[in-house]
Design a protein around this ligand. Structure first.
Ligand SMILES: Cc1cc2nc3c(=O)[nH]c(=O)nc-3n(C[C@H](O)[C@H](O)[C@H](O)COP(=O)(O)O)c2cc1C
Length: 212
């Protein structure tokens, strides 16, 4: 931790004493447990994190994907695509599915919103492989819109994480239940009998679309 962050961290610790006690009782920083066996005997959180950063390449290219495809005979899904050409390229390398994602825009800001690029990618894929989707889903209507625009499956990141922050596992369950209820409510409101009937016909063209 940089020294200049110390006053800020100490102030946060003073403000959250219960969290600090729980943190200490639970053994400190969370570990990337699935990486523990590769950490050459150093099973501390810092040791595993070091192994993880050394092993995960910071730059990945289409050649890496080509190699992975030859090494891995199972299902291969590529996550993080935002352009129709990349989707086409991924298909030509034999992937089994893609996830349209900007990783929650936590790696690079000013990326396009995933919902804005979804339709173009769905058209390029043209039903050859499943198109999965994430990014910015905070309520049931967002899931419905993504499915109408051609996503076959939606993931949520922070929506469930906020539930975890509020109430642990029960909070995540509650957040997912809220999403399920909102999805059912939205289907009823738009007069759609089931998820499998969703499609672009349920999306209204707005005046701003016509002007764009
Ligand atoms: C705290 C945090 C850590 C994440 N870590 C990773 C990661 O290691 N690898 C990855 O592919 N995506 C990672 N993501 C992105 C999520 O997998 C997912 O794409 C994103 O959260 C979806 O957007 P949403 O949070 O708006 O639902 C992370 C997201 C958050 C919020």
């Amino acid at each position: 931790m940089p020294l200049r962050s110390l006053p800020y961290v100490l102030w946060e610790m003073i403000k959250h004493p219960v969290w600090c006690v729980e943190f200490a009782l639970q053994g400190g920083p969370a570990k990337l447990e699935s990486w523990e066996r590769y950490a050459n005997g150093d099973s501390s959180a810092a040791g595993i994190a070091r192994t993880h950063s050394a092993e995960v390449p910071s730059v990945q290219t289409w050649r890496d994907l080509e190699r992975l495809r030859t090494l891995w005979p199972g299902s291969l899904i590529v996550k993080g695509l935002l352009h129709p050409d990349d989707a086409t390229q991924a298909i030509s390398l034999g992937v089994d599915g893609i996830t349209v994602s900007n990783h929650g825009a936590v790696k690079l800001d000013s990326l396009p919103a995933t919902i804005d690029v979804l339709q173009g990618i769905v058209s390029a894929v043209d039903r050859r492989i499943p198109v999965l989707f994430d990014g910015g889903i905070r309520c049931g209507t967002h899931v419905i819109i993504a499915l109408c625009l051609g996503a076959q499956f939606c993931f949520v990141g922070r929506a469930a994480l906020y539930g975890v922050s509020a109430a642990g596992r029960a909070g995540a369950d509650r957040a997912l239940q809220i999403l399920r209820d909102e999805i059912s409510h939205t289907l009823a409101m738009i007069g759609c009998p089931s998820i499998s009937h969703l499609g672009p016909q349920f999306i209204a063209e707005t005046a701003s679309d016509l002007l764009a």
